[in-house]
Design a binder for this molecule. Structure first.
Ligand code: HEC
Ligand code: HEC
Ligand code: HEC
Ligand code: HEC
Ligand code: HEC
Ligand code: HEC
Ligand code: HEC
Ligand code: HEC
Length: 446
């Protein structure tokens, strides 16, 4: 009897829970913003330019339905730069030109800004590849926008601080990131400058690491004389650029060979799946190098990662021990809810607990680990991936220094709490911290 009860009640409860889960996600995506936390933020009008499918609303100041010739004529006076670029583009120079209205529509009160789907109507190959990239998971260009808006700190931080996320992560929601409007020139996209508007800064110093490598140095010295109208295939370029390596053959996918995936997680580089990805890399290097050498260089990257993770694991263990001894102060339940209010506030340590969101409203030692993990470690990774030996040394030197600092602070925290219990913050301080003007303002204005 009891067995029979369990045999139907258990599946029923599981089913209910699954349904409730889906219903909750559906509900939480239904707000004014976008993504999982759409109810916690609302978009500024500029968002329409980064994510037109979700947020663009046509201007209504100009009334009329126009033929292409009229769009061009009037815009020659209003936005001459746009018309000059368009005239110089391939779109204007073919037998049946692609005109303003093909991308924006004819009705000036119902304009659209072209999404990848609009370009995809005519560029099935590139658009198809781009869409198909989703099967490699994140990071990838096609998933970039949802990854940004689904990050808890995106919804939690003041809007003025997170507008930039959308600017870079709009690589997913429009096609003019690398070949910019209105020239749409592949030659522009083949150069490293096309990528480093976004691929720069401390967590992803792709620019620094590339320009310091043998490849980047050749590009800097000789690139101005190369014929950039040629496709990125074997024999056309002396040294590779970002797109040569990451979009080989003009394939509109950047995740297709990634093993380490941004260096966020420790992986086993020797699984059979990763072996396939490695073969893809070696195949590419073989355009210019011997196979054996290429394999050795890539193996060095694995070695560097192993070393890095040894240091990171050590720091992570120390933080987790402090957490279980309740020595992190202020603790998660003594800080403003961040990122995103949760039922069980917890100090986040490591990738799987959401470390990437933990750079704000945390204790000093947690911040030290964040910097070690996010800046020193990822900097070392990119240096190793791109062949910048000095950058690898620098990153590991900084990681060692961070580790020392974390060790010293951990000792101090343990020393301060002699009986192993932490001293509680004075209630007035907690109050101030939890309800400060900044916290309140942000809650109300996101
Ligand atoms: C009579 C002049 C005129 C004609 C014809 C005209 N436009 Fe415009 N267009 C404007 C003006 C003026 C603005 C800027 C209005 C504003 O910012 O309020 C504008 C803005 C735009 C914008 C920017 C919208 C935004 O939200 O930033 C686009 C895109 C555009 N026009 C496309 C077109 C297309 C496509 C056609 C032809 C179908 C066209 N225009 C015909 C005058 C014109
Ligand atoms: C191949 C597609 C395509 C064609 C053709 C095209 N545009 Fe655009 N246009 C774009 C894209 C992409 C954007 C950027 C949209 C965004 O920011 O989300 C844009 C943005 C704009 C904007 C607003 C942003 C800005 O830079 O100020 C204006 C105005 C504009 N286009 C006018 C024109 C006019 C006029 C023509 C014809 C001479 C034209 N476009 C032809 C794709 C096109
Ligand atoms: C109405 C169809 C149409 C639409 C919409 C369209 N294109 Fe094109 N595009 C073309 C055609 C046709 C060519 C020329 C192809 C050729 O040379 O074989 C072209 C060429 C290109 C090229 C190569 C240019 C060169 O110099 O070789 C790029 C890049 C490009 N388009 C990007 C885009 C992007 C990005 C969008 C969306 C914002 C877009 N196109 C929208 C039809 C279109
Ligand atoms: C408009 C900004 C922007 C531009 C321009 C851009 N990217 Fe990206 N790229 C991103 C973002 C954002 C991500 C991370 C997406 C995510 O969170 O999943 C990314 C991710 C990547 C990845 C990581 C893929 C993985 O699996 O780990 C590679 C490789 C990459 N881009 C290469 C390039 C190259 C090469 C270029 C130039 C040809 C380029 N990107 C241009 C914004 C950009
Ligand atoms: C300067 C451009 C830029 C800005 C600004 C930016 N990102 Fe990114 N972001 C990137 C690039 C490039 C990558 C991929 C790095 C790589 O693969 O090496 C990335 C990676 C990520 C990742 C990790 C990959 C993933 O899919 O999990 C997340 C999450 C993310 N960004 C969210 C954000 C949020 C939230 C903000 C704003 C607080 C932001 N980004 C601001 C360019 C940017
Ligand atoms: C990350 C940078 C990047 C983004 C984003 C991007 N492209 Fe490209 N695109 C390139 C590069 C690089 C080339 C040149 C490839 C080569 O040399 O073979 C190119 C070339 C093209 C061409 C010309 C192909 C040819 O053979 O002449 C078209 C068409 C095109 N892209 C369409 C698109 C469309 C549609 C989208 C949006 C779905 C898009 N691109 C987004 C980097 C990008
Ligand atoms: C010689 C080829 C080469 C060049 C040139 C190159 N990269 Fe890379 N890149 C790599 C390799 C190899 C990795 C490590 C990939 C792995 O194993 O995961 C990598 C990793 C990355 C990643 C993280 C993706 C991942 O899988 O972890 C990004 C983002 C990236 N590169 C962007 C760029 C940008 C932007 C440029 C130009 C400034 C550039 N790369 C130039 C080979 C190259
Ligand atoms: C388009 C040609 C080209 C491609 C593709 C290419 N390289 Fe190179 N690479 C060069 C050139 C040219 C040099 C400088 C001359 C030399 O050392 O051979 C160089 C130098 C290097 C160096 C420095 C060598 C040294 O002895 O100091 C490393 C490391 C390197 N490449 C790794 C790679 C890896 C790994 C790949 C594949 C992910 C790759 N390269 C793909 C052209 C290329």
């Amino acid at each position: 009897m009891r067995y029979r009860l369990i045999s139907w009640a258990l599946p029923a409860i599981v089913l209910l829970a699954v349904v409730a889960g889906f219903a909750y996600v559906y509900w939480s995506k239904g707000g004014a913003g976008a993504g999982l936390y759409s109810r916690y933020w609302s978009p500024d009008p500029v968002q329409g330019y980064w994510d037109p499918a979700n947020f663009y609303q046509s201007i209504e100041t100009v009334e009329g339905v126009f033929e292409a010739a009229l769009c061009i004529q009037c815009h020659e006076g209003i936005t001459p730069g746009i018309v000059v670029d368009w005239r110089a583009s391939r779109h204007a120079r073919i037998d049946e030109p692609v005109t303003c209205d093909d991308c924006h529509g004819n009705n000036h009160q119902q304009l659209r800004l072209p999404t990848p789907d609009v370009c995809g109507n005519c560029h099935n190959k590139q658009h198809g590849e781009f869409r198909d990239e989703a099967r490699y998971g994140f990071p990838s260009h096609v998933l970039a926008m949802e990854r940004a808006v689904d990050a808890p700190h995106f919804a939690d931080k003041p809007k003025a601080e997170v507008q930039s996320c959308v600017q870079c992560h709009s690589v997913a929601t429009k096609c003019d990131s690398c070949h910019t409007r209105h020239l749409f020139d592949p030659a522009e996209a083949r150069r490293p400058e096309a990528c480093i508007t976004c691929h720069s800064g401390p967590p992803h110093p792709d620019d620094e690491s590339y320009f310091a490598s043998a490849h980047g140095k050749i590009y800097l010295a000789e690139g101005k004389d190369w014929d950039w109208s040629k496709p990125l295939t074997k024999g056309n370029y002396k040294a590779p650029t970002c797109a040569y390596c990451h979009m080989d053959g003009g394939r509109h996918q950047v995740a297709q060979k990634s093993l380490w995936k941004f260096g966020l997680r420790e992986i086993n580089p020797h699984t059979s799946k990763n072996q396939v990805l490695r073969e893809r890399w070696i195949e590419l290097c073989r355009d210019c190098h011997e196979e054996k050498k290429a394999a050795q260089w890539l193996a060095e990257l694995d070695q560097e990662r192993k070393l890095a993770w040894r240091k990171l694991d050590k720091a992570e263990d120390m933080l987790k021990d402090l957490r279980s001894d309740e020595l992190l102060q202020p603790a998660a339940d003594e800080r403003p809810d961040y990122p995103m209010g949760s039922l069980w506030p917890i100090e986040r340590v490591g990738f799987f607990e959401g470390q990437a969101s933990a750079f704000y409203n945390v204790s000093a030692i947690e911040r030290d680990y964040f910097e070690m993990w996010y800046f020193d470690n990822l900097g070392a990774y990119k240096s190793a991936a791109h062949g910048n030996a000095a950058g690898v040394e620098d990153g590991h030197r900084k990681m060692a220094a961070s580790l020392d600092r974390i060790e010293a602070k951990a000792r101090e925290l343990r020393h301060l709490s002699k009986d192993g219990r932490k001293v509680k913050l004075a209630p007035t301080l907690t109050e101030l911290w939890m309800k400060g003007a900044y916290t309140d303002y942000n809650r109300e204005h996101n």
